[in-house]
Design a protein around this ligand. Sequence first.
Ligand code: XUL
Ligand code: MN
Length: 344
Amino acid sequence: MAGEYRFSFGPWNVHEGADPFGPTVRPSIGFGTKLKYYKQLGFDGVQFHDDDAVPDLDQKSDLEMEKVAGEVKKMLDGEGLVAEFVAPRLWESPRGIDGGFTSNDPANRKWAIQRLKRTAMIANILDARFLVLWLAREGTYIRESKNAIDAHRYLLDAINQVLEFDKRIEIAIEPKPNEPMDHAYIPTIGHAVALASQAVDPKRVGGLIETAHAILAGLDPSDEMAFALSMGKLWSVHLNDQNGLKFDEDKTFGAANLRGAYNQVRVLELGGYPATGRFVGLDVKAMRTQPAELATKHLSNSRTIFLKLVEKVRTFPKDVQQQCIANRDYEALEMAVIQHLLGG
Ligand code: XUL
Ligand code: MN
């Protein structure tokens, strides 16, 4: 069953443990060493930011960028790994302080689009099929600082420009309603799919749904996934968990709300997700308290919990479900689900 699902994570998911209130607590681990962890932990796919693949990207010429990306591709091949996607990391640059695509400064908007095109070039070298757009600072701290109507048009323009630039590349929008901004543009998958429908080539624009982001929007992650699946737009997921409305916690999948996790797995099963060949991506963070030598457990535990929940979904008694639905006895159905999750 594990073989039916392919799993991915990003190098940022093995991290030094800094948070806004304290410094790093674990040593940095080199990219080459991190790559060795993938197969050991049961993962086949690597999620990239553009500068995970090519550090100091803005300081490099196209030729230098292509050389470094080529070396990374060889490292992936050497480990038997594939690149799932590449995402432009605009939010760490001084030019992206107030957003890139939606910055009020036209020079910054130009830089952001150029960087998106370079991300597509890196994706080609790494043989990644799509780009991910998490729109980190594309939003506002105060509403009066931007013209939100223009901002949405700028986003569409950026997407269109990269679709025209690279006739094969696909783009998955990863919606998130807030953090680091007070309000981010494109906060839900509904917004993402609507934007996709307006693109020059709508079939090349889809979505990636992260559990925590949907919860932060006050929505049910499994219904968000179902919406995207119903339209053939669920191109990846970032499974994790979130304990209510607070900072983006990126907890181990299923650790805060096991039933919510069960329902996300259920919807992926109902939607035939494994047959699409797409990855089950994780975007989880190790607790800051975790000693360095134990700081990958959040990844293997999330994968294990996912696979155990697949088993739970497949073994749920369908006759009981049908009977409860026929009787409109959802109390009984609820009890059956809880009993099943508790182990009978
Ligand atoms: C931020 C987040 C990002 C994206 C990739 O909340 O989830 O790591 O997944 O840019
Ligand atoms: Mn994510």
